[in-house]
Design a protein around this ligand. Structure first.
Ligand code: SF4
Length: 76
């Protein structure tokens, strides 16, 4: 199912400490790799609200969310 937004989602690998809050919040968007670093799957599979909630749930602000024209939404 697609969602009507084009948010860009990235994980700062140097910050991620692998606690997996993001994967629990939005399992269709984040998956921990073999190094226990979160990888981003398909942002279009996830609602804007769920993306932002997952980003806010990261304890080290490693999830970066931008609009498609590059405006930073999170972290603030
Ligand atoms: S919540 Fe943050 S620190 Fe935890 S796995 Fe996700 S990106 Fe990494």
């Amino acid at each position: 199912m697609g969602h009507d937004h084009r948010l860009r989602v990235e994980v700062d690998e140097g910050r991620c400490i692998g606690v997996a809050n993001c994967e629990v919040c939005a399992p269709q968007l984040f998956r921990l790799n073999h190094f226990r670093i979160a990888e981003v799957l398909d942002p279009a599979s996830t609602s804007r609200k769920e993306i932002l909630e997952a980003a806010m749930d990261c304890p080290v602000d490693a999830i970066i969310v931008e609009t498609e024209d590059g405006k930073l939404l999170w972290p603030k």
